[in-house]
Design a protein around this ligand. Sequence first.
Ligand SMILES: [Zn+2]
Length: 261
Amino acid sequence: MRHKAGVATAIKLQRIMDGVMNRYIYHLRRIVTQVTPILIKYAEERLKSRLKKAARKKPVFRVSKVRYNDVLKRVMRKTVKSITKMAVDSGIDIAAKDVLGPKQYETINRKFEIESRKLVKEIGDELSGNLSKSLLGKVRRTLKTGTQEGMSFGDIIKQVHKDLGYYRNYELERLARTESVRAINKASQWVYRRADNVVGKMWVTDADPCTEICLPLKNKVIDKNKRFYPGGFTYPPAHPNCRCSIAPVYGVPKIKESEKK
Ligand SMILES: [Zn+2]
């Protein structure tokens, strides 16, 4: 089947994703740095009270969700959402400028603000939720295994430090990459869905594709409203650290799944 795909748009978006990812990383690091002393202090309090009972029974650690969420709300939500807003806005803007005629751009432009806020809330909530859940889980596991293995108070706290330092390095980069890909592709999908001249979308991989999962999807063209395979993804990311994006496919009225020719 013949089609004209806006791969240039997808490549432009991939470049933007890199910039967004770097900002995400920078801000997520700041967030974790701010949260770390609070978590460590909290771990200390839990340890002190639980260690007293440890001789009698196995200690169970439940870090209070309410209190933890209060802390996170203060330092995390706002920052995560402001970065996500930037990602979604630039994604919608580039996708719209590239694919829409001036008249339709004007119409859709008015819906930007509302839709952008909705997408930001969705992505921002999910990201801050995931990050807080995994940070909290890490601290909780260290407290539990540390006590069970008879580690000293000081060693357990040292381990908590180490765990949280790990987040500042590898883990945050993975989160930032995955979420910037999600924000921008979600924004593109939103535009393609509303663009009269776009009928399909193409899965575009990075120059260095995420082989295992994304290679079979490379250059696959489908209807713009469909998933890339049954029960599968409407747009990237297909997995953590995914660097793929979607390109608009113009003009042909009805596109069935077609092979790359
Ligand atoms: Zn991928």
